[in-house]
Design a protein around this ligand. Structure first.
Ligand SMILES: Nc1ncnc2c1ncn2[C@@H]1O[C@H](COP(=O)(O)OP(=O)(O)O)[C@@H](O)[C@H]1O
Ligand SMILES: [Mg+2]
Length: 225
């Protein structure tokens, strides 16, 4: 089966002036359809850095990152954005919703930007918000929602493009444990229905244990646990 994401011998260092901060070394990772993978590791070990490389926001110092078999670093900005938005959906620790827009439009925006039909997109956005239990919050703005509700909107937004892989970077790190559990179950449930791959970064072993594979990032290397 072909990989949605493939990291081949990826090395990465941050460079500031003469200062080099090595973060990843010879990292290999393959994600294919239906996979569910947790990436564990201490704060500061490089988990978000790895996701930035997968998103093409940073580029490997050595090695390559393929998304849908295309080297994301070799594309120009427009094609890179298209490759990312056509294949990957992101959920972050902090929701990154647009404060001036309602839930409905925050979720609809990724498709509206692509020029999708407005009526169909609003209908799909309404359905996804209903799936995450927010059918009564369609016209609320982020400031009018609780933390857990905002994260539900962010989940719906990540799913609207039907990504081949849903990527979550500590999606419950900002929530209390009761809310966190609900959000996580929602992600797993929606993702299995959408039959896409799931890559979750977490330092919570309870979350990681719900995934098929667990990988630990430590000392710049990714090891199966
Ligand atoms: N823009 C940057 N410039 C220099 N160093 C950075 C930068 N961003 C992150 N780092 C360093 O890289 C390491 C990995 O960071 P990060 O990927 O955010 O870790 P994690 O997500 O696992 O907590 C940390 O030591 C951090 O201080
Ligand atoms: Mg991080």
């Amino acid at each position: 089966m072909s990989n949605i994401i493939e990291c081949r011998s990826v090395c990465f260092s941050y460079t500031e002036g003469n200062n080099q901060t090595p973060v990843l070394r010879n990292l290999n990772l393959e994600v294919s359809s239906g996979d569910s993978i947790a990436i564990l590791g201490q704060s500061g070990c490089g988990k978000s850095t790895l996701l930035n490389l997968i998103a093409g926001l940073d580029h490997p110092t050595e090695g390559e990152v393929l998304v849908n078999n295309i080297n994301i670093s070799e594309l120009d900005e427009k094609n890179r954005t298209d490759l990312r938005s056509n294949n990957l959906g992101f959920i972050f620790q902090f929701h990154h919703l647009l404060n001036d827009f309602t839930s409905l439009y925050n979720v609809a925006l990724p498709l509206l930007i692509n020029g999708s039909n407005i009526d169909n997109t609003i209908a799909l956005s309404t359905k996804l918000l209903t799936d995450v239990g927010l059918e009564n919050r369609l016209n609320h703005k982020p400031s009018e929602l609780s933390g857990g509700e905002r994260q539900r909107v962010a989940i719906a937004r990540a799913m609207i493009t039907k990504p081949a892989c849903l990527i979550a970077d500590e999606p419950t790190g900002n929530l209390d444990s009761k809310n966190a559990e609900g959000i996580l179950e929602l992600i797993i449930d929606l993702n299995s229905k959408a039959t896409s791959a799931l890559l979750i970064v977490t330092h919570d072993l309870g979350i990681a244990n719900k995934m098929e594979r667990k990988l630990n990032l430590a000392d710049q290397e990714l090891v199966e646990i």
